[in-house]
Design a protein around this ligand. Sequence first.
Ligand code: HEC
Length: 147
Amino acid sequence: MRKASLLVVLLALTLMLAACGGSGQEATPAAPQATAGDAARGQALFNKTVLNGNAGCVTCHSLTPGKALIGPSLAGLARRAGDMVPGQSAEQYIHLSIMDANAFLAKGCNASRPEMPCVANIMPQDWPRKLSEQEVNDLVAYLLTLK
Ligand code: HEC
């Protein structure tokens, strides 16, 4: 009996987690906190061609300097990210670039492909719904290694 009720509790917890998983913003204070980002996990997420139903990062972003695909190359992103917006750390800039894709249209686009300036609304706008808080933390941790 005790084992069975433990199972029920675990199942309920799993369902709750799954329900919260899609959107970090709706997480209640009782939900477990996402842990710090893990760069290796972030790299695996980045390299998926389809990520949680969206086109994956790697389909639009190369890691080769100067090579623009649909979005700017993210080579050296960690080095320049901290200089993009005054008062904003590299981590904050990268986080917002994913979660609010039109917040600042990347200067990197013009540098990597002058004939194709950055266009708004190309990078998916719904990452906040598609990525869990943990997945975002992992992606940011990985992008911070691109020096
Ligand atoms: C459909 C194409 C597309 C996909 C998919 C995409 N991006 Fe982007 N991304 C863009 C474009 C275009 C820009 C430049 C315009 C802008 O800043 O919104 C951009 C900008 C960025 C920037 C700012 C770059 C800079 O030099 O300042 C980051 C960081 C970024 N994307 C990360 C990601 C990550 C991480 C993913 C996957 C979760 C992703 N992108 C998926 C098209 C895409």
